[in-house]
Design a protein around this ligand. Structure first.
Ligand code: ADP
Ligand code: MG
Length: 567
């Protein structure tokens, strides 16, 4: 319908809008970064669709975004000639929040506006951030390729509803008009806006243009006809990853991360590489500091942004990294793939496999470097993503050793719950004659640390890894050994301390067995079928008895997981 419709915002969108308006007072200027970022995404989408149908460029092939200020009217306008939106797209994209994780995000709010504004800063605010500085926002848009009478006009004051109506629109793309709040008229200032663009949007690969300052002219003719305003690019407008590493500042890398990741906290570190030779590609990989709200959701966004010869091809290209590195964000730009590449083709292309294994190495190297150079940052990484990395040895056998070095554990050396010890640390502290790495698995850290299986180890001063994450049993089974030392579950089978057991221990054990023969017989009878074997042990020093899992039986934790799954 061409008529004007008034529609309500989706509940979550409404909540987010209110929150934004009331809590983002300390860093208002980020609204411009969001709107320019959307314009840049719209340019990427147009270029991509035009690969199949170049009439979409109409007669306006130079993609750019223009920002204009009108001091008298108190407005700021951001206009792009990207993909634009149809009426349905406007309603869907600007009336709801499609982003996964929004519900969780809203659940995490505390009501304390200072804390909440930090949270929202992490979450990323998107289009609605326009309402931080505007009390009314208008959007004029037309989808590339659609006729001029299929323009759409969207308006809202950011309260509970918005209106949409059809309009005539010759220019393709989207124009966002902000009617600035009385308190925010400072943003209708040319120089202020220029400096914000420089600060946040320099890395955007399309030109972000502003009107050239009028130059005083003596030419009479010039004054007579009102010349069309001239625009100039304010940013450097080259795709950041194509620039040499030495010419990109840390701040630029950080802003670029925010642009591609929807994460508004700073990345921990990054790795930028240009590869030449048989395969030619550039990669820029980031390690986030905070897990996304929906990390445990299996459908959550993951993967890299794929470009082919600087043309955007797709988001969430999952084929370039293994699942256990799904927290990595970034861009890969290939010279070898075809511009028509699809997800299906990516799955079969041997060049993609080669890139995947090279990029996996890059990420593992980036992690080792971080662990070596900045243990505090590495600990932040481990807290956020350690459990994901623990899936590695099972998924990626060829990099097992490398991954094993990156793992961190709690151990009986200090009994702390925090996972800070590496296997190399453990091996460095091994007792003379110790040939195995011992671990105990418990339902939680406390149970693990208090396990009766540990008693003899504590007495002898032998360190034991205290494992309590769900994936740990699985991890240990796939790891098997480290540095030639077998990983041994102390809750399993006969306790064999090997050379750590001295002659005296052995003799005492035999005497003990002899002494308690009758008791063992009685207990065996009493427990009957329920146990496989009852034996006298030296593994306990203060508990009277404990249950042990057979050497080749399923671990207690695996059993719990299968039970929970209804097996
Ligand atoms: P995000 O960019 O993370 O998807 P936003 O809130 O910034 O979230 O934008 C919501 C959606 O609105 C975008 O995904 C896009 O589909 C649409 N959109 C916003 N701005 C533009 C624009 N300038 N051109 C075309 N589509 C846009
Ligand atoms: Mg956006």
């Amino acid at each position: 319908t061409a008529e004007k419709e008034t529609l309500g915002f989706q509940t979550e969108a409404k909540q987010l809008l209110q929150l934004m308006i009331h809590s983002m007072y300390s860093n208002k200027e980020i609204f411009l970064r969001e709107l320019v970022s959307n314009a840049s995404d719209a340019a990427d989408k147009l270029r991509f669709e035009a690969l199949k149908d170049d009439t979409l460029f109409e007669d306006d092939p130079n993609i750019r975004v223009r920002v204009t200020v009108d001091k008298d009217a108190g407005t700021l306008t951001i206009a792009d000639n990207g993909i634009g939106m149809s009426r349905d797209e406007v309603i869907n994209n600007l009336g709801t929040i499609a982003r996964s994780g929004t519900a969780e995000f809203l659940k995490n709010l505390s009501g304390d506006s200072k804390k909440d504004s930090q949270l929202i800063g992490q979450f990323g605010v998107g289009f609605y951030s326009a309402f931080i500085v505007a009390d009314k926002v208008e959007v004029f848009t037309r989808r590339a390729g659609a006729p001029a009478d299929q323009g759409v006009h969207w308006t809202s004051t950011g309260e509970s509803d918005f209106t949409v109506e059809d309009c005539q629109r010759d220019a393709r793309g989207t124009e966002v008009v902000l009617h600035l709040r009385d308190d925010d008229k400072e943003f209708a200032d040319d120089w202020r806006i220029r400096s914000i663009i420089k600060k946040y949007s320099d890395h955007i690969s399309i030109p972000v243009e502003m009107q050239k300052p009028a130059s005083p002219s003596n030419d009479e003719e010039d004054k007579q006809e009102e010349a069309a305003p001239e625009f100039e690019a304010v940013n450097s407008a080259t795709a950041l990853w194509t620039r040499p590493r030495t010419e990109v500042s840390d701040d630029e890398y950080k802003e670029f991360y925010k642009h591609i990741s929807h994460d508004f906290s700073e990345p921990l570190t990054w790795s930028h590489n240009k590869v030449e030779g048989k395969l030619e590609y550039t990669s820029l990989l980031y390690l986030p500091a905070t897990p996304p709200m929906d990390m445990w959701n299996r459908d959550a966004a993951r993967g890299l942004k794929l470009y082919v010869q600087r043309t955007f091809i797709m988001d969430e290209a999952e084929q370039f990294l293994p699942l256990y590195l799904r927290f990595v964000k970034g861009v890969v730009d290939s010279n070898d793939l075809s511009l028509n590449v699809s997800r299906e083709i990516l799955q079969q292309d041997p060049a993609v496999d080669a890139m995947k294994s090279a990029l996996t190495k890059r990420v593992l190297d980036m992690l080792s470097k971080l662990a070596k150079n900045d243990s505090e940052k590495y600990q932040t990484f481990w807290k956020a993503f350690g459990q994901v990395l623990k899936e590695g040895p099972a998924e990626d056998f060829s990099n097992k050793e490398k991954i094993a070095k990156l793992l961190r554990f709690a151990t009986s050396v200090d009994d702390k719950a925090e996972q800070t010890h590496s296997l190399e640390d453990y091996v460095g502290r091994m007792k003379e004659g110790q040939t195995k790495i011992y671990y105990v698995v418990g339902e939680n850290h406390k149970t693990a640390a208090n396990s009766p299986h540990l008693e003899v180890f504590r007495k002898k001063g032998i360190e034991v890894l205290l494992l309590s994450d769900r994936v740990d049993d699985w991890l240990m089974n796939h790891l098997g050994e480290f540095d030639g030392k077998q990983l041994q579950d102390v809750g399993r089978g006969q306790l064999d301390l090997g050379e750590l057991e001295d002659e005296e221990d052995k003799k005492a054990k035999e005497e003990l067995a002899e002494e308690h023969k009758d008791l063992v017989e009685r207990v065996t009878k009493a427990l009957g079928e329920r146990v496989e074997e009852v034996r006298v042990t030296s593994r306990l020093t203060s508990s009277p008895a404990c249950l042990v899992v057979g050497e080749h039986d399923m671990g207690a934790q695996m059993r719990r997981i299968l039970e929970a799954a209804g097996q």
